[in-house]
Design a protein around this ligand. Sequence first.
Ligand code: FES
Ligand code: FES
Length: 211
Amino acid sequence: MGDPKRSGVDLSRRGFLKSAGGLAAGGALGESALSAANSGLLGDGVERLSGEVEIELTLNGAKRKVKVEPRTTLLSALRERIEPPLSGTKEVCDMGSCGACTVHVDQKPAYACLLLAVDCVGKSITTIEGLAKGDELHPVQKAFCEHDALMCGFCTPGFVMALSACLDAKPEATLDELKEACAGNVCRCGTYPHIFEAAVAAQRAKQGAKR
Ligand code: FES
Ligand code: FES
């Protein structure tokens, strides 16, 4: 699926390239390349942007260069523009309603379909491919396997990313907090009981408790 049109706004090519270049040189995103470019929209004589710019993203601990348009979402950058693609992050609704595209941005869960790639410059992005430490699965990944918490698997990376962000931030999270953490994730196969079972098991594993 291609990039979504973002609120019918076209950016100034000059403004965007200036912003992106400045960011690369300065190594900091500031508000965002997009916001900076958007500010140019308020004036007269704005040129329409139709090209791409190369940005550098920090993905799973590694710097990766990727060519994007200002409207390119992080999800699209991950799945369609990065080589090799990071397709573990799933595209289902592409409009922020299912959670299948959940990744961590600076350790917090975020929908990749609602983020612009240019807004992610300078941030640390973790996808499902980067969750395990070498051969050691994250406790949530392990628990999903052990508790059969998936059927078709389309929602699974999103649930795993949402729950792992919760448990990494709060290892003692309660069941209610775990449910809340993945309240923005939808499983059409209805595996919720197994998902919550796995979440609790992962929580116990994180705490080193015996089941
Ligand atoms: S694909 Fe992003 S929330 Fe559904
Ligand atoms: S396992 Fe199929 S959508 Fe969740």
